[in-house]
Design a protein around this ligand. Structure first.
Ligand SMILES: [Fe+2]
Ligand SMILES: [Fe+2]
Length: 304
C-alpha cells in the first residue's frame, strides 16, 4: 500500500488502501466562471492544496465525473495541468471518470491522450490488489445516466474473476435516490440490470458524484458513497424543490479500505484556526504506553 500506517491503538488492523475521492470539478476553458459566479479553477486549486495537506500518499486520486462543464479541450488540458503535478508528488495514479457534463471525444483526446471517439471511458486499475473499475454512465447528448448492455457485459466479464482485496466501482451517476426532484429526472437508468451484474461479485463499494452534496446509501447490498463537488455545492438547507448551488461547503472524501470495511471521511475544504492538542509528541507518548496505561492516560475522566 502507498500510505504509511500509524500506530494501531484500536481493534482494527490499519487500512490496507487509502483513496482520495473527488468529484465534479466542472472546469471551463479560459478560467471562465461557471454561471458567471463560481470560480471552479480556484476552487479546484484550494481542494488540491487540501489534499496535499493530508500527509498521506494515497493509492489513487479518483475523480468521479463532470470533470469539465462543457467538454472544452482547453478545460481538459487545464484539469490535467492542475492535477498531474500533485498526483506525481503524492505518487498516486489518477482515475478519471466521465460525467454528463463531459464530452467523450474531447475527454479521451485532451485528458487521456487517446483516440477521439464516442466509446465509453472505462478503466480497470489494480491498486496493490484492490481493483478499481471506472464505469461511464454518461449518455452522449443527454444529462441523465445509463449503462448499456455492452458496458454491463464488459463489467460482468471483469467481475468474473475476483481481485485479492475486492473491487470498487467508480461512476458518475449514483445508483441511489435523491430527495431533490431535479436529480431524479437525471438518474441512472437500468439500475436493475446493474444490480444483477453486481450480485454475488466481489464489489465492496461504489464511489459516485453528480449530486454536488455528500450522501451515502446501499445498492444491491453494496455501500454507495457520493462525494460532493469541488466547484460548487447544493445548499440543502432548503425545501427540496428550492435547492440550488452555493459557493460554499466544498469537500472531498478520504477513503480508507480495511480488510473488513471501508470508511469514507468527508474532508471540508475550509481555512479555519485549529487547536494544537494532538501532535507527534503526544502520539509518541501514547505509543510508549501499554493499552491499559493508554486508557488510564487518555480515556479516564477526572473524578467529579
Ligand atoms: Fe456535476
Ligand atoms: Fe453530473
Amino acid at each position: 500500500m502507498a500510505s504509511v500506517p500509524g500506530p494501531q491503538f484500536g481493534a482494527h488492523e490499519p487500512a490496507g488502501h487509502v483513496i482520495v475521492h473527488l468529484s465534479d470539478t466542472h472546469l471551463l476553458a479560459g478560467d471562465v466562471r461557471l454561471g458567471g459566479r463560481f470560480d471552479t479553477a480556484a476552487n479546484l486549486r484550494a481542494t488540491l492544496e487540501a489534499v496535499e495537506r493530508l500527509g498521506v500518499r494515497p493509492d489513487a486520486l479518483v475523480f468521479t465525473g463532470d470533470l469539465t462543464d462543457l467538454g472544452e479541450p482547453d478545460a481538459y488540458r487545464a484539469l490535467r495541468a492542475a492535477v498531474e503535478p500533485i498526483a506525481e508528488r503524492l505518487g498516486a495514479p489518477i482515475v478519471w471518470v466521465a460525467g454528463n457534463h463531459d464530452e467523450r471525444p474531447e475527454l479521451r483526446r485532451d485528458l487521456l491522450g487517446l483516440e477521439s471517439t464516442q466509446q465509453p471511458v472505462t478503466a480497470v486499475r489494480d491498486l496493490a490488489g484492490l481493483r478499481l473499475v471506472a464505469l461511464d454512465t454518461s449518455v452522449p447528448g443527454w444529462h441523465h445516466g445509463d449503462l448499456d448492455a455492452a458496458q454491463l457485459d464488459w463489467l460482468r466479464g471483469i467481475l468474473a474473476e475476483p481481485a485479492p482485496h475486492g473491487t470498487l466501482l467508480a461512476m458518475h451517476h449514483p445508483p441511489l435516490p435523491s430527495h431533490i426532484p431535479l436529480f431524479d429526472i437525471l438518474e441512472l437508468r437500468h439500475q436493475t440490470e446493474l444490480a444483477d451484474v453486481i450480485a454475488g461479485s466481489d464489489v465492496r463499494g461504489i464511489l459516485a458524484g453528480h449530486l454536488h452534496y455528500s450522501t451515502s446509501g446501499t445498492f444491491a447490498g453494496v455501500p454507495v458513497s457520493v462525494a460532493s463537488a469541488t466547484c460548487y455545492t447544493m445548499n440543502l438547507q432548503r425545501p427540496p424543490a428550492q435547492v440550488n448551488g452555493m459557493d460554499a461547503g466544498q469537500s472531498f472524501h478520504l477513503v480508507h479500505v480495511y480488510d473488513d470495511t471501508i470508511t469514507h471521511a468527508v474532508v471540508p475544504v475550509v481555512s479555519a484556526e485549529t487547536t494544537a492538542v494532538f501532535d507527534d509528541a503526544w502520539l509518541a507518548r501514547m505509543a510508549a504506553l501499554t493499552p491499559e496505561q493508554r486508557l488510564d492516560a487518555f480515556s479516564r475522566k477526572p473524578l467529579r
